[in-house]
Write a new protein. Structure first.
Lengths: 277, 334
């Protein structure tokens, strides 16, 4: 009999990790199960109770997921930590224009939980766990695969169902992306290999191409427009710095080995860019 | 006797209390029956698994028989990542977790599954027939010396495994004269080929990338020199250089003149596969590639029209022949 009681007690205590489902979970899970990416807020420490700052909405996470058209849309998760006289509130706000979550702290929520005293957040691979008092809300972001660790392997995310992406029912359009005209930079790398313009080459009207315009040996700037490298008056094609085996500090010289052109043309350095003349 | 019944009553009471506490706890957490009845995440995942099978793995032979409109002569691989097969497979309902769903192709890359009250949408990715080019040093052209060297370290290239088909081109330009089949398309001009690939978000395949994905290389560990072998399937002498009769097994290495007496050439068959995995490296169809080093060498003449003793049956050996239309494929850089 005592054994039965102990077994029941063990069962009781082990049920602490039961995933909780209520309207908050259902509303949010319908969106976030089509999740692609999670960005952590600056103040968020994973797996630690969030107790301060008090009396303000702290942006904890920005979750990217697909809408019903397959475009990326975003939500922000905020927590108002419990104060002396007021319990905490967890809320999800739609981030239609993909702006910084801080700017949406006072916006109306699409889902919320009130009367919270303890909150902990954890992210393990594609699982987002919210420990809200004694309840556990677990969201699995089905499109959030992992890139392979191997350096030379194809950079394809390994997901549950390769080739098939999950879409949510959300009809909100993503932030309008302006197309970029040919000839403009869509990705810019500096001499020290830092990124001075984030990669937005998917917004190019007619593809993109790489150019050599910096001393960085490992990655190259990109401009919108079809790749015409090697042709007269166009940028030089990239040979690859590992093949050349020279210090890329000296890339900008006439007949630079870092680029190549069609037979009969010369690689020249014009305004720090290798072109074919 | 009295003592024994007292123990039983005490234990029973204790068990009752623990039981009440446990069920109170459980019902507090999971008391909303409407959220327990439908596990949408599970349904969403199960449907995705089925869609993954239909899309990425494609049909078995008997499954294809259920699709009367589809060409049975095409290799099964052709029906991977193929919307025609997907639409046919949606004639049957999918039952999961006791719910019946009907699939529908909404766009070329979007699928919706609907039941009475539920609906789930998915986006399809076209990555069944693309081969990743390993990051390393390469050399363009057929010459055995080190020339036209380049590398793709930190750069990601994917190459079409097979030729672009008539069906794909027909969907692109609505050419009524074109047959809707899996055969390699040879009707487009070079300009149109370039535009076709561009409209797919890709680029026309470049000669240096084609060679990189085709050659068998051997690198000398002492001086770094790497040797390029004439064929993609062996370092030694091949049937192409021996004066012997053509055998059926040779045609799997290179489909050349005379192979048609053994079997018919089919685009999407695993013929003349390179070590990276692209097909039709030598033989099969004549093929146009864009040569960035020398645009006078942009046409692969090696094909099923040339006999085994032809000098053109060498990896990387191309000629200048812009009037020929030839087959083509696309590549992708990420």
């Amino acid at each position: 009999m005592h054994a039965a009681i102990i077994a029941l007690l063990i069962l009781f205590t082990s049920c602490k990790e039961i995933r909780f489902r209520d309207s908050f979970y259902e509303n949010v899970n319908d969106r976030w199960s089509a999740g692609v990416d999670i960005s952590q807020g600056q103040n968020l420490k994973l797996n630690e109770f969030i107790v301060r700052p008090k009396s303000i909405n702290i942006p904890l996470l920005k979750v990217a997921f697909f809408n019903n058209k397959g475009a990326r849309v975003y939500d922000c998760l905020f927590f108002y930590a419990a104060g002396d006289n007021r319990p905490g509130v967890l809320k999800v706000v739609e981030n239609t224009n993909n702006i910084s979550c801080e700017k949406l702290a006072s916006e109306k929520e699409i889902a919320k939980i009130t009367n919270i005293f303890n909150l902990k957040v954890d992210i393990v691979a594609n699982r987002l766990k919210l420990f809200v008092d004694e309840k556990l809300y677990e969201f699995i972001l089905l499109n959030m695969g992992e890139f392979p660790n191997k350096k030379y392997e194809a950079p394809i995310k390994k997901t549950y169902t390769p080739g098939v992406l999950y879409l949510s029912d959300v009809t909100t359009a993503g932030a309008k992306k302006e197309s970029i005209k040919d000839g403009q930079f869509c990705y810019k790398i500096d001499d020290d290999c830092s990124v001075s313009k984030k990669n937005i080459c998917n917004q190019c009207e007619s593809g993109w191409h790489e150019i050599i315009d910096s001393k960085c040996a490992s990655t190259f700037s990109r401009k919108c427009g079809a790749d015409k490298c090697g042709q007269k008056g166009e940028s030089a094609c990239i040979r690859g710095s590992a093949t050349v085996g020279l210090d890329t500090n000296f890339y900008c010289i006439n007949d630079s080995p870092f680029g190549f052109c069609q037979e009969g043309l010369r690689v020249m350095c014009v305004n720090e860019v290798l072109v074919c003349i | 006797m009295m003592k024994k019944s007292k123990i039983i009553i005490t234990n029973f009471s204790l068990l009752l209390i623990v039981g009440i506490v446990f069920f109170a706890y459980k019902s507090n957490n999971l008391r909303l029956p409407e959220y327990k009845t439908i596990d949408k995440s599970k349904l969403r995942l199960n449907l995705a698994k089925r869609l993954h099978e239909l899309w990425m793995i494609g049909p078995a032979e008997d499954e294809l028989l259920a699709c009367p409109k589809l060409d049975k002569s095409a290799p099964l691989a052709y029906y991977r990542c193929n919307t025609d097969y997907l639409e046919c497979s949606f004639n049957e309902d999918i039952v999961t977790n006791g719910k019946v769903f009907r699939g529908k192709l909404i766009d070329a890359d979007k699928v919706e599954f609907k039941s009475d009250k539920l609906s789930f949408s998915y986006k399809l990715e076209q990555n069944c027939h693309m081969v990743y080019l390993p990051q390393r040093f390469y050399s363009e052209g057929d010459k055995r010396i080190e020339e036209n060297l380049w590398d793709n370290l930190n750069r990601h290239f994917y190459v079409d495994k097979f030729y672009v088909t008539n069906s794909e081109v027909k969907k692109w330009n609505n050419d009524s004269k074109l047959k809707d089949n899996h055969n390699a398309n040879t009707s487009l001009t070079v300009k149109q080929k370039v535009k076709y690939c561009q409209d797919q978000g890709k680029r026309i395949l470049e000669a240096r990338v084609f060679d990189a994905a085709s050659f068998l290389y051997e690198r000398d560990p002492e001086n770094g020199y790497f040797y390029k072998y004439r064929t993609h399937f062996t370092k030694g002498r091949t049937f192409l250089s021996k004066n012997k009769d053509l055998e059926e097994k040779n045609c799997f290495d290179s489909y050349i003149k005379g192979c048609s007496k053994f079997f018919e050439f089919q685009n999407y068959d695993n013929i003349a596969l390179s070590s990276t995995g692209i097909a039709n490296v030598i033989g099969s169809e004549e093929e146009y590639v864009l040569n960035r080093f020398d645009n006078r060498r942009d046409y692969k003449l090696s094909s099923k029209n040339l006999a085994m003793n032809s000098i053109y049956h060498q990896v990387g050996f191309r000629v200048d022949n812009k009037n020929y239309k030839g087959a083509f494929r696309c590549m992708l850089q990420l």
